[in-house]
Structure formats: structure tokens, C-alpha cells
Design a protein around this ligand. Structure first.
Ligand code: C5P
Length: 245
């Protein structure tokens, strides 16, 4: 591994994306959102009207998805199916609810793990997901496992969906969050768990800036990394681009 790789794993709604993006900006690293890769393949399967309960059928359309990601130092990560930019189209409730079918398929996981390792070959990456520190990059320079109570995560997700004009109750979101925890933790290959050598961070009562600051401090102390000042509006522009606004 040429440069540093920082892995951030944890359940949905723990704040991984915002925090990973902030850390990448501060440390001058690229940001890899592995959830977006699973989302894009799920969207592809839905468009192809694949029977999601049939793992073989899912594996069968993997290659023609022509999945690509584009990482930049200052911009958001973009996801493509062929030449179509689907970055803003993969965040719907339908995609979220169907992901587990696709993420459970062994061929899908092997395919994406290979792709992620290739991206990580040159290092200089903050990568975020469920299995980054345990399976994909077991030799990462710094591993973080981030969590928050299901209620806090559901409240955050509910506020986010409301802001996007999605009409959904807090109770429904809490149920979705709990179901996703159950499915993500129970997955045989690439299931969500803390790597033995990961630093644990409870984000329940901390802002994304506070959590990012503690990771940046760790990177500076342990990896002797340098930081740079960031323009706060850049993060907001990245977030909006990701939502397809
Ligand atoms: O991070 P995000 O919420 O976008 O991830 C969506 C889903 O993709 C997760 O709930 C999980 O099922 C799957 N995923 C995974 N492994 C990863 C990243 C995401 O299985 N490394």
C-alpha cells in the first residue's frame, strides 16, 4: 500500500459520509463511498426488473451494469452506470429498501471488494462502508468504527428525508434503521462488525465536525499526516451534488 488508507465503518445513520468527507478534505485524501456502489448495482437490478430474490439472476446482470466511480480530491464521489451519472438517483427509499438483496450476493461482494481494492492500490483514501476495515483493507493505516443509538440515527435520517421533501414518519424510519442493522450485522460475508484494531467512536451526542476533528487528530498523531484548511461551503456543495441538486 503506497499511501495511507483510513477506513470508517459503522451502521447506517452514524454520520459516516459527512465525517468521511470532512476528514478527506482536511487530510487531502480522496473519499470512497462504498455504499454508493451497492446502491448503484441495486438500481441497475431494479431497472432490469431482475427477480431480487434470485441471487443467480442478480449475479447475471453484474457485468452489464458497467459500474464506474470517479473520485476527486475536492469534489463528491460520482457513480456511473455506463455513461449515465446516477449519483443523485441512488438515494431513494426504494433503492435503500432493496439493497440487502443485492449486498447479500457473494458474486456482488467479491466484484465490489476487488474494485475497492484496486481503487485503494495507490492509497491516499478515506473509505467508508461496513467491511472496509475488516475485509477490504485489513492493513489500513487507521481504522474507525463509528456508532450511535438507533433512535439518534433514526432522528438524523428522518430530518434528512424531511429536508428532501420525503413524507415518512419517525417510527417508519426507526423501523427501517433497525431492520438494516439486523441485515447488515447478520451478513455472512462482509457483515458489519468492528475490526479488532479499530478505534470506536460514539457519535450520538457529537457533531460531525467534532467527530471528524478527533479522527484528524488521530491521523496527525499516529500517521504524522498534515492537515489543510477547508472552505466550509465546499462540503455543502459536495453534499448537494451527491443528492443530485
Ligand atoms: O452506506 P449506505 O447506507 O449508503 O449503504 C447502503 C447499504 O449498502 C448498506 O445498508 C449495506 O447493506 C450495503 N453496504 C455493504 N457494504 C459496504 C457498504 C454498504 O454491504 N461496504
Amino acid at each position: 500500500m503506497a499511501g495511507n488508507i483510513i477506513t470508517i465503518d459503522g451502521p447506517s445513520g452514524a454520520g459516516k459520509s459527512t465525517i468521511a468527507r470532512l476528514c478527506a478534505l482536511r487530510l487531502g485524501l480522496s473519499y470512497l463511498d462504498t455504499g454508493a456502489m451497492y446502491r448503484a448495482l441495486t438500481l441497475h437490478c431494479m431497472r432490469k426488473a431482475v427477480n431480487l430474490e434470485n441471487p443467480k439472476a442478480i449475479a447475471g446482470v453484474l457485468a452489464d451494469a458497467n459500474l464506474k466511480v470517479e473520485l476527486t480530491l475536492d469534489g463528491p464521489m460520482r457513480v456511473f452506470l455506463g455513461s449515465e451519472d446516477v449519483t443523485g438517483k441512488i438515494r431513494t427509499q426504494e433503492v435503500t429498501r432493496n439493497i440487502h438483496y443485492v449486498a447479500d450476493v457473494m458474486q456482488v461482494r467479491n466484484y465490489l471488494v476487488d474494485m475497492q481494492r484496486k481503487i485503494g492500490e495507490t492509497g491516499n483514501l478515506v473509505t467508508e462502508g461496513r467491511d472496509q476495515g475488516t475485509l477490504v483493507f485489513p492493513n489500513a493505516s487507521l481504522k474507525v468504527y463509528m456508532f450511535a443509538t438507533p433512535e439518534v440515527r433514526a432522528r438524523r435520517r428522518h430530518a434528512e428525508l424531511k429536508a428532501r421533501g420525503v413524507d415518512v414518519s419517525y417510527e417508519e424510519v426507526l423501523e427501517d434503521v433497525s431492520k438494516r442493522d439486523y441485515l447488515d450485522m447478520g451478513r455472512e460475508l462482509g457483515g458489519l462488525k468492528k475490526a479488532l484494531d479499530a478505534v470506536e467512536l460514539d457519535t450520538s451526542s457529537l457533531s460531525p465536525e467534532q467527530v471528524a476533528e478527533s479522527i484528524v487528530k488521530l491521523a496527525k498523531a499516529r500517521l504524522k499526516m498534515q492537515t489543510r484548511k477547508i472552505d466550509k461551503s465546499l462540503l455543502e456543495r459536495q453534499r448537494q451534488a451527491e443528492q443530485g441538486k
